[in-house]
Design a protein around this ligand. Structure first.
Ligand code: SF4
Length: 115
């Protein structure tokens, strides 16, 4: 799969994303198993309003990459989730989500739900 030019965007496309209960559980495990220093460093970053609570500004990448939700995995490759720096990569047709969403990450679920 073509890679996206994420470097330098500083989380511009990483806003609130919908999550399922399974995804929430996976993220909770990821946060819980992070070294405390790393977790605090990620938690205490000053992000712009609307930027995902897990975006790592210092490293300019997702702070929970292996546990990121399905929407984030699809971003840039599906026609309804276009990366403005590489719109040509968004070729796939939207697929229906099979699991129910329980809320929005960064809005309904914030750091207090993960620490
Ligand atoms: S979970 Fe990661 S990839 Fe998804 S919006 Fe947040 S920082 Fe971006």
């Amino acid at each position: 799969m073509e890679s996206l030019p994420c470097q330098g965007c500083r989380g511009l496309c990483c806003g609130p994303v919908p999550v399922t209960s399974k995804e929430l559980k996976r993220i909770k495990t990821k946060i819980k198993t992070m070294p405390a220093k790393l977790r605090l460093q990620l938690q205490n970053q000053k992000r712009f309003y609307g930027t995902c609570i897990f975006y790592d500004l210092d490293k300019d990448r997702c702070g929970i990459h292996a546990a990121r939700p399905e929407t984030c995995r699809k971003f840039g490759y599906y026609k309804h989730l276009v990366c403005f720096r590489n719109p040509a990569a968004a070729t796939k047709e939207p697929e229906p989500f099979t699991e129910e969403f329980v809320g929005m990450l960064s809005v309904d679920f914030t750091w207090k739900d993960f620490s």
